[in-house]
Write a protein that binds this ligand. Structure first.
Ligand SMILES: [Zn+2]
Length: 275
């Protein structure tokens, strides 16, 4: 829902200004005839951003429950240290918005985007030279370096501005526009680029954790997805499997390819919090 809203914001085109320009040009042009009114081809004016490839968030491989009432109780795995770790991850996966709880689950990967604004696309949208670290399990969102990207910023900015923002990846978009930067000035181009929306995440603070615990106890459904290290299922955490050798006392050890002999596997786990 939030993603759709953000994407709509990003993708909203400049039809209005394009049409105004077309009409303005027509009336100002003395050669324009009333019999064949020339309507500007919408492909040739303004900025058009369309979704190109939506992001696909990988599903968590497994899920588990974290019960708050068991924290630090003998015989249970729930600890305050584990709660803090999970909350820290939770805080980085939420974006602050106007919802009743004050934040919503981020619908795309969050990463820090360093940028240099190259062209103003209107409505706080910019074409930027950007860099960001990879994000998501198994680096689903590949890192960018000196990469052109589309940014939707919170506040107005101007070409040449540089900085960094927390950006939520909202997929790849197709941008059709007329370049206004060297050496492509005046060229009508279509670029397919990663798009990011500036956002703020929850603060990882004791007060934030307190609020989080209170919300769960009050019945809010909260979950966090993290990468967890588990024992490799194929080799049982040994790093190898055994094969009986005819006439030999000792089994042959076969290195486990599943875990590259480490005995460990990293999987994506969704932890649901309950009172
Ligand atoms: Zn293994």
């Amino acid at each position: 829902m939030i993603l759709r809203l953000l994407l709509a914001l990003l993708v909203s085109t400049l039809w209005a200004s394009a049409q105004t320009n077309a009409v303005g040009n027509k009336s100002a042009d003395p050669s324009a005839t009333s019999s064949t009114p020339k309507i500007a081809d919408e492909e040739e004016v303004g900025v058009i951003i369309t979704p190109f490839r939506s992001l696909t968030l990988p599903e968590a491989k497994t899920s588990r429950t974290f019960q708050l009432s068991k924290v630090n109780k003998l015989g249970f795995t729930e600890t305050s240290k584990e709660l803090q770790r999970l909350y820290s991850a939770f805080a980085t996966q939420r974006i602050i918005d106007g919802s009743p709880s004050g934040s919503s689950k981020a619908t795309g990967y969050l990463t820090t985007v360093n940028y240099l604004l190259v062209q103003d696309l209107g409505d706080n949208r910019f074409l930027a030279k950007a860099a960001w670290p990879a994000a998501g399990p198994n680096e689903v969102l590949a890192a960018g370096a000196e990469t052109m990207a589309i940014l939707l910023l919170d506040k107005p900015a101007k070409v040449g501005d540089a900085g960094n923002v927390t950006g939520m990846h909202v997929g790849t978009v197709a941008l059709r526009f007329t370049a206004s930067y060297a050496p492509l000035i005046g060229k009508r181009l279509t670029l397919r680029r990663e798009a990011f929306v500036e956002c703020a995440t929850l603060e990882d603070s004791p007060a934030g954790l307190q609020k989080f615990v209170e919300a769960i106890n009050a019945g809010s459904e909260m979950s966090v997805t993290t990468n967890e290290q588990i024992a490799c299922k194929k080799c049982g955490g040994l790093g190898f499997t055994r094969e009986a050798q005819k006439g030999q006392l000792l089994d042959k050890r076969i290195p486990c390819v599943e875990c590259a002999s480490t005995g460990k596997a990293i999987i994506s786990v969704e932890t649901k919090f309950v009172p």
